[in-house]
Design a protein around this ligand. Structure first.
Ligand SMILES: Cc1ncc(COP(=O)(O)O)c(C=O)c1O
Length: 385
């Protein structure tokens, strides 16, 4: 297979990092939402044997609230907090029932966001559940299926002439001009509280593992767009009193703002201007400042993968055999499994295995963050057309 993967270690790692977020209240809130349930944790026993690993566990976020991606965890929590404070209630009473009791008071509240698709659908879904309004801006070239998915929750969806990062600025301007509430999943100077709550929301994924038959991992491999997701997961692992796994951050080669920032090496995040990847959810050029702070201290390694790596993993995960579950994993969901598969099976990357310390006693944990959110691309990929 003609893959291209790069890997560097992190000179800024802080051995003394202590977890920044407390997410127990958020976990309780999520469990008050209708139809809340844990997403499956899948132990790919046969696949891990073929890769000569002790275990490879994947949490399947395509099953999250029937929304095909993990993003609802962040938007639902951040929006609920804003609503509860607007109706003058105590944050410690945060609960879905409380929100529904105030439907009349919040029906005209408008939340606005920019999205590659998944976060926008999460904002639209949350607004629909809570009984308020959502406006969602999408970058040029967004697939029709993603737009339809957002509109199916009654939100107003509009495709802009801009790329993802420019669409974020546009949504922020529209929020300012119209007195709407910006609910964005990335942070910049002066806009930090809401993205922080979104990151706390993602940590419910890790709370769920404690109840499953979870094999404590030696390596946690997470994918990044702006980095909020991976930072939240790394932070959650640091909050558990167990040996710290090695953390590996994976980005598309065509949208690798963390990898670039580490290479620049001055300790600051740097943007990537030209974005070129099929991994729509990871196609972001500007690191979130909150995520940068956590990832630059916690990640052990940074990797980039070209699109072939994820396309290959989408196919492999869809066709697991001999007792393993198959997983419907979209292009942004499958890249971390693709990274592990490629470095474990191709002699070309054996030096990476040695550097990361991956061998037959390694237990790997990945999250498939989305299902077939772009069904045309997914079906074409897994059918080998
Ligand atoms: C499916 C999927 N996976 C991963 C990510 C990455 O999250 P973040 O942008 O917080 O790094 C996204 C972001 O939209 C996504 O949609």
């Amino acid at each position: 297979m003609n893959h291209n993967i790069e890997l560097i270690s992190n000179p800024f790692r802080n051995e003394d990092y202590t977890a920044q977020f407390e997410s127990e209240e958020c976990r309780r809130f999520h469990s008050s939402l209708p139809n809340y349930s844990h997403t499956p944790l899948i132990d790919l026993k046969q696949f891990s044997k073929t890769l000569n690993l002790k275990s490879l566990q994947i949490k399947d976020e395509s099953k999250r609230f029937n929304l095909n991606a993990f993003k609802s965890l962040g938007a639902s929590y951040a929006m609920a907090k804003i609503i509860v404070s607007s109706i003058g209630c105590d944050q410690s009473d945060l609960d879905y029932q409380l929100i529904t009791q105030h439907k009349n008071a919040i029906k005209d509240m408008t939340f606005v966001t920019a999205t590659d698709g998944n976060h926008g659908r999460a904002v639209a879904w949350s607004a629909e559940k809570y009984g308020c309004q959502a406006r969602v801006y999408l970058p040029k070239g967004t697939s029709k299926h993603r737009i339809d998915a957002i509109e199916s929750h009654g939100a107003n969806a509009e495709v802009t002439e801009f790329n993802y990062d420019e669409t974020v600025s546009y949504a922020a301007t529209m929020a300012e001009e119209n007195d709407w509430i910006l609910i964005q999943d990335t942070a910049w100077v002066g806009y930090e509280n809401i993205p922080k709550d979104i990151m706390i929301g993602y940590q419910t994924i890790i709370h769920e593992l404690i109840h499953d038959e979870f094999i404590w991992p030696t390596h946690v491999v997470m994918q990044a767009g702006v980095g909020s997701f991976a930072a939240s997961i790394f932070d959650a692992f640091c909050n558990i009193s167990r040996p710290k796994p090695k953390f590996i951050l994976v980005e598309p080669s065509g949208a690798a703002c963390y990898f670039k920032s580490i290479k620049v090496g001055d300790g600051y995040p740097h943007p990537v201007k030209k974005l070129d990847t099929l991994m729509a959810g990871l196609s972001c050029g500007i690191p979130s400042i909150l995520a940068w702070d956590i990832i630059s201290q916690t990640a052990d390694f940074f990797a980039t993968c070209d699109d072939e790596v994820t396309l290959d993993a989408m196919r492999k995960l869809s066709q697991q055999k001999a007792g393993d579950h198959s997983i419907i994993s979209g292009e942004s969901g499958a890249v971390t499994t693709g990274f592990i598969e490629a470095i474990c099976s191709s002699p070309k990357y054996s030096e990476f295995d040695d550097l990361i310390g991956i061998n037959d006693s390694s237990s790997i944990f990945c999250i498939s963050t989305e299902g077939d959110t772009n069904p045309d691309l997914y079906n074409k990929t897994v059918s080998g057309q």
